[in-house]
Ligand binder design. Structure first.
Ligand SMILES: [Zn+2]
Length: 378
């Protein structure tokens, strides 16, 4: 039997600023190393200041994934030396001294199956290494710290997936959920990255690192299952190791041996006090959360009599459900839903098109509805 577990890193792309300073969370619009300050560049003597909005949004993600949410959260230093991390430690969260990360265990339904969530933590993204040069001999490595300190939410699942298809279905649901919450745009380059643990027939677990997109995550799991099956068929033992996803060759390659939590010498981050998220704050956050995809779907079916398949498609996409909410009236809801799902969805199928043509399409939609109504009257 195949078992796959995921660790998904999702940037909170809709936030204004980084996790511990006021530099922009949207680092993509800057020239290299232009979106930095003494805090995110790890200068001696600088002190982090926690972005409260990031804590709120991460807690909302935990709530939407039905995770337990502790009343007090803490931050830890994860110590390691690597050029993408100017402080030589990453500020992250840890649960070994009790549940102190934004989310504890939870679950989410994927079709008929329940995928268990182990934990959710809030942490800072490191900088980015850029490799230049034509061959490995004269390759140079450049470091861009614009990304360093961007708020990142890590979602860890139990090894509950049995096929790459289940992984893909889960990622689609997660991606829709994050968009609906208004916390992230998973389609932005580098906004969603993942590691996967894969094992077959109860054997050793292999961790695949560095998977840069959801699309590649499915491919990487597929490749790794095939590789392990092929070894298993020839009675060659599967080594417990960390492998790297090579997105050019679309294969996994053996890399450094796996570090354990102990190797990182975690300790409590003394520059950031514990954060209280008591039941009163938690209830307020729940009130601020937008209507869930499931609740929208149910409302579309019961209130407007929209067929369940149409309601399903409409509710899971924030862009189209917002459009629907704005365009429909009590009497034409069913027809508007139909026009959006049968005609508009094929026309506005990319993020760029959605952004540039949103207004135009709203107008066209109104026009189309009016024409149809007019036609029906005669
Ligand atoms: Zn900064």
């Amino acid at each position: 039997m195949t078992k796959i577990g995921l660790e998904i890193h999702c940037q909170l792309t809709n936030l204004e600023s980084k996790l511990f300073c006021s530099c922009k969370a949207n680092y993509r619009e800057f020239e290299p190393n232009q979106n930095i300050c003494p805090i995110c560049a790890g200068m001696p003597g600088s002190l982090p200041r926690l972005n409260q909005e990031a804590v709120k949004k991460a807690t909302m993600i935990a709530m939407a994934l039905n995770c337990s949410t502790p009343e007090k959260i803490a931050f830890f230093r994860k110590n390691y030396f690597y050029p993408d991390l100017p402080k030589n430690f990453q500020i992250t969260q840890l649960n070994i001294y009790g549940d102190t990360s934004v989310g504890g265990s939870g679950s989410i339904s994927v079709g008929d199956k329940k995928i268990r969530i182990t934990r959710i933590q809030l942490e800072e993204d490191p900088g980015r290494l850029i490799y230049e040069g034509s061959s490995s001999k004269n390759q140079i490595t450049l470091v861009d710290y614009n990304r360093a300190g961007t708020p990142l939410v890590e979602i860890v699942t139990e090894p509950d997936f049995e096929t790459p298809k289940e992984v893909r279905d889960f990622l689609n649901i997660l991606s829709d959920l994050l968009k609906n919450l208004g916390v992230a745009d998973p389609s932005l380059e580098g906004a969603m990255r993942a590691d996967a643990n894969v094992s077959i027939h109860g054997g050793n677990k292999v961790e695949i690192k560095n998977i840069g997109s959801f699309h590649d995550l499915e491919k990487a799991s597929h490749f790794e299952i095939t590789r392990q099956e092929s070894l298993h068929d020839r009675d060659i033992p599967i080594v417990q190791e960390t492998r790297h996803w090579d997105d050019k060759r679309k294969i996994t390659v053996s890399s450094r041996s796996k570090e354990e939590d102990l190797d990182y010498r975690y300790f409590l981050e003394g520059d950031i006090p514990w954060v209280k998220i008591n039941s009163k704050i938690q209830s307020e956050l729940k009130l601020q959360m937008p209507e869930s995809i499931n609740s929208k779907k149910e409302r579309y079916v019961t209130k407007y009599n929209i067929p369940i398949q149409v309601a399903d498609v409409l509710s899971s996409d924030k862009f189209y459900s917002d459009l629907f909410e704005e365009a429909h009236t009590e009497s034409n809801a069913k027809e508007v839903a139909n026009i959006i799902t049968t005609e508009l969805m094929g026309l506005v199928d990319t993020r760029e098109k959605r952004e540039t043509s949103m207004m135009q399409f709203k107008l066209e939609l109104y026009l189309e509805i009016h024409l149809k109504m007019h036609y029906m009257k005669f």
